[in-house]
Design a protein around this ligand. Sequence first.
Ligand code: GNR
Ligand code: NI
Length: 172
Amino acid sequence: MAVKTILTEPNKILRQISKPVEKVGKEEQKLMDDMLDTMYAANGIGLAAIQIGVPKRIIVMDISKDQDKKEPRYFVNPVIKNKDEQKTTYEEGCLSVPNQFAEIDRPSQCEVEYLDYNGVPQLLKAEGLLATCIQHEMDHLEGILFIDYLSKLKKSMIIKKLSKAKSDRIVV
Ligand code: GNR
Ligand code: NI
């Protein structure tokens, strides 16, 4: 178990398209353990492998509020089957876009097919925050960030801020 560094925009690696996992083996399970550690350490509710630089179609999530009752979820090779016509709006944030938040519309319900931690096929019907989070994480697998849904102006302002915040951290 290990906490990894989370890549942040404008790091180009975040724009890679992640590759399907052939088999859920020891290596993938270790990756999922590290992803969960990293996500909890950063106080996030979801994390895609590409956020720690690994271009595999793997997501971890825990939307439980109670710190003592952890409910980790693991999704390998997730595919969205059914999307609701109806949309809901959530104020989204992203560990790869630190300290920036915006309201994003997404289908309010979805069905997702995936392999779990043990490589067993699963089907999940999600709604509410779970549905939003799954879609946010699935976007990461395609190299998409929530800021891509904002106007060009809002997006460029956020990227500018993040670039500046990054350069401020480099001590010459
Ligand atoms: O921690 C996170 N919170 C969140 C809130 C609303 C919608 C999506 C998210 S996911 C985010 C963690 C993250 O960046 N996952 O990729
Ligand atoms: Ni994110």
